[in-house]
Design a binder for this molecule. Sequence first.
Ligand code: F6P
Length: 555
Amino acid sequence: MPEPLPALDQCPEWQDLASHQAAMQNVHMRDLFAQDPERFQRYFLRAAGLSLDYSKNLITSETMAKLMTLARARALPAQIDAMFRGERINTSENRPALHVALRNMSDQAIMVDGTDIMPEVRATLARMEEFVWRIRSTQWRGFSNQPFTDVVSIGIGGSFLGPKLVSAALKPYWHGQLNCHYVANIDGSHITEVLQHINPETTLFLIQSKSFRTQETLENTKVAREWFLHNGGQASTIAKHFVAVTANRDEAIRFGIAEDNIFPMWDWVGGRYSLWSAIGLPTALAIGMDNFRGLLAGAHLMDRHFREAPLEQNLPVILALLGVWYGNFWGADAHAILPYDHYLRGLPAHLQQLDMESNGKCVTHDGSGISYKTGPIIWGGAGANGQHAYHQLLHQGTRLSPADFIIPLHTHNPVASHHAILFANCLSQTQALMQGKTLAEAKAELHALGLPDAEVRRLAPHKVIPGNKPSNTLLFERATPRAVGALIALYEHKTFAQGAIWGINSFDQWGVELGKQLGENILKQLVSTNAQGDARDSSTEGLIALYRDRHHHEL
Ligand code: F6P
């Protein structure tokens, strides 16, 4: 248990920031840029292959100094070190949080319960390498002795979003032979859409589940197994086509997965932090083990930066503190992730789980209630598409949602002038968010178009853009395995740093349990002949009755 800290919103550093925010109320970023020609250089940092321009924020050097003072008052350096040393910082489950061990390229031991976990991590990586080689070299073939053409990864949450993000992000690195599919949802359409396009003889199923108890994953695996057996597969050939990744080996064996086909996970890796483990097998099969190791290497570089860089030059810490600044002092409830890269279009969905399942909490480590805001609502989508969808709210809405614009300097697919146009869009959006358009500027524009005064007076207020909307711009040379690894690790550490400042446990997720429990009873109600069940609210009862009425022929 970390040292109990005083209530965050009672500490003097917090009060100081609240006063500072009041003093900043009427500051406009236009003026901050006008007053400091060096502002871009002052708030520009490079680390682990990434570059961060955080100059388009509502900050001064005084702001950053006060935020850093808060971070130190919350013992952030010590909490960072505790994570890397494998302390049980997942306090409610009494576990370490050691996703950094999965990409630890150093020869440094990492101890859990007196045992160095690195030999097992490395052995699993070697097993992954051998498995990927056997599949991609076609040495391991299907029951009709044909090479595999399709991999279907069945998993949900962190057993889905992370590997799906990375395999899409690194599509330019895919091996020509293997197609990668993902099945997650218990909506039968998801698995139906996948199964109808593949051949059981040449399909490899990866069952991805840390607990091996997740209803969606187990039900989908049963359907996949039935489909396999009804389309040429035999019980004796299941072992050729079904592999599992789990921390619950016994459950996987009981389910019918061959013992030699089970890759381990460990309880010191949270699901949303597990894409670096064997859960990353679909990615490794698609891009090859060398590129998968490149992904790990990029993340490891970010790990070293996070652990070693002074807070003032620390990318994850700076992003974390900016989020605290807007969420706790400027009333922002949301944060937008806007990747200006088609291959990174899955990043917002992964970061939704990473951030919202980690920091969507309302008690501190010792269970005390919280009177301040914690994790924000993470949303977003690929740019430039969002400019034609939701950027209107960013420019003229009444709600504050800081935004991270993420863009490579080079595209994998140079087409005409597309990348320059995409890049110009990215920069113009952050510039427009910062500087806005005044009423005088709007009127001048309309006058210049020759509109009559009455029309100018009518229209101008609608064209005013307040500006002063904060954004970060994250750049890297190209979406390579190392850059993608560093980028995802950056957000893992940002999420952890925010949780550390808020005094919450970023590594459990008790909030998802109630829905699962209630669902078990409701499912029985929906499908059983006897509709009696726990007394409920009239809404749930009414909706159950509706379903039963429409499905009475199945009861
Ligand atoms: O229900 C939430 C959750 O436990 C996530 O944290 C996790 O990533 C997902 O479900 C899948 O869990 P598992 O990998 O154990 O199937």
